[in-house]
Design a protein around this ligand. Structure first.
Ligand code: SAM
Length: 304
């Protein structure tokens, strides 16, 4: 096992994410890509760039009121992450071709990735967007100007570390197609053990300590269908060697425990799932964010 070490800019040479300003009223960090702008305009029904920006600033102000995090000020919650996942087209194909395939966007914030998958053809009624903060899920409807009647996706509040909401179950071995399930009646994720075809976990794992990351990995593994090709994927802060990554945000230091590609692979293939029963892929990429570069680990775990 690699020892846990403290890494920061100077030891790794990568630059940490530090917005110039994290004042809630600051609009200078609003920097949607053209793809994101087109997506939001089409989904929300706003044509004008200034109207869209005004709408997003209103949503940001409401989000910041309930959760005053620097990443809310940096508009990070508006990022469409899932389309840059190398498996995105494959996940959409699962939605089209595997009967009653369910997609879970876990730690979804406003569920932007879930909405994007629905817009691109994954049946919305089979998509769950889940977050510990119900306020974010409610704001999702405000952001997209939808109602539970007009958007059939399931928005499910809950704490991924609370066994009442998501308990750890052994990975399923039942490869038979799962029966359809009415997601609108769900109160927790526990009825879905062995039932989910694709799980998206972006920027979630690095929020937790090493032991809680293992807990979360086991809990998500228990939800995954045993049908070959079922997949858990996502990305988080990356690091070359397992240890603590230090980011300076708003002048204060934020420390995240991060697995290296090597330790992340052995965690899933051998510790969470039986060795050889999954294919794990990892990639460290440098992602520009507000003029700086963040080292990110993209990964996927597919049942064989
Ligand atoms: C950095 S945001 C990432 C949001 C989204 N996945 C993305 O990539 O844009 C992390 C999200 O995880 C949620 N979260 C934190 N702890 C959680 C927990 N224990 N259970 C479920 N969600 C949690 C937060 O509320 C927040 O919305």
């Amino acid at each position: 096992m690699e020892g846990a070490a403290v890494h920061d800019d100077s030891t790794l040479g990568n630059v940490t994410y530090q917005p110039e300003s994290t004042l809630p009223e600051d609009a200078s960090l609003y920097d949607l890509t053209s793809e994101e702008t087109a997506f939001f305009k089409a989904q929300i029904g706003i044509d004008d760039d200034e109207d869209l920006k005004r709408h997003m600033l209103e949503i940001k102000a409401k989000a910041y009121e309930t959760a005053p995090y620097p990443w809310i000020c940096g508009f990070v919650f508006l990022r469409v992450n899932i389309t840059s996942n190398p498996l995105y087209d494959y996940i959409l194909k699962l939605g089209r071709e595997r009967p009653d395939a369910v997609l879970l966007d876990i730690g979804c914030c406003f569920g932007v990735d879930a909405r994007r998958a629905a817009a691109d053809g994954f049946p919305a009624k089979n998509i769950i967007a889940s977050d510990i903060r119900n306020e974010f899920l409610e704001l999702s409807h405000e952001l997209f100007r939808t109602t539970p009647a007009s958007y059939p996706g399931c928005l499910l509040p809950g704490d991924v570390l609370d066994p009442e909401f998501l308990s750890i179950a052994k990975p399923s071995n039942d490869v038979s197609p799962a029966p359809a399930i009415d997601l609108s009646s769900l109160k927790s994720l526990n009825p879905l053990h062995g039932r989910i075809s694709a799980i998206n976990a972006t920027r979630l794992f690095h929020l937790f300590t090493e032991d809680k990351q293992l807990h979360l990995a086991k809990a998500l593994a228990g939800l995954l269908s045993a049908q070959p090709g079922s997949v858990i994927c996502g990305h988080q802060v990356g690091i070359l060697e397992k240890g603590i990554s230090v980011a300076k945000i708003s002048g204060s230091e934020h420390r995240s425990f991060c697995h290296s590609p090597k330790t992340w692979t052995s965690l899933w293939d051998g510790e969470v799932f039986e060795k050889g029963s999954v294919k794990v892929e990892t990639e460290l990429v440098e992602v520009p964010i507000h003029g700086r570069i963040l080292l990110v680990m993209r990964w996927s775990v597919m049942r064989l």
